[in-house]
Design a protein around this ligand. Structure first.
Ligand code: FES
Length: 60
């Protein structure tokens, strides 16, 4: 996975930033949204953000 790829263009949040949020203790989509701002503007990225959260939390 390219950790520098932007998943949420509204907030310029990358895959790596989602991972960091999960590494920092976020376990749900809501917590990741709070930590990164991803998916809090237009919502178009929500499915992708959710998928990443699931992927990173399952890696723990
Ligand atoms: S692309 Fe993520 S909120 Fe718009």
């Amino acid at each position: 996975m390219d950790l520098n790829k932007i998943v949420c263009s509204c907030m310029s949040v990358t895959n790596g930033m989602i991972k960091e949020a999960v590494d920092g203790g976020a376990t749900t989509l809501e917590e990741v949204q709070e930590a990164t701002g991803a998916g809090t503007v237009c919502g178009a990225c929500l499915d992708d953000v959710k998928r990443l959260v699931e992927e990173f939390t399952s890696e723990k």
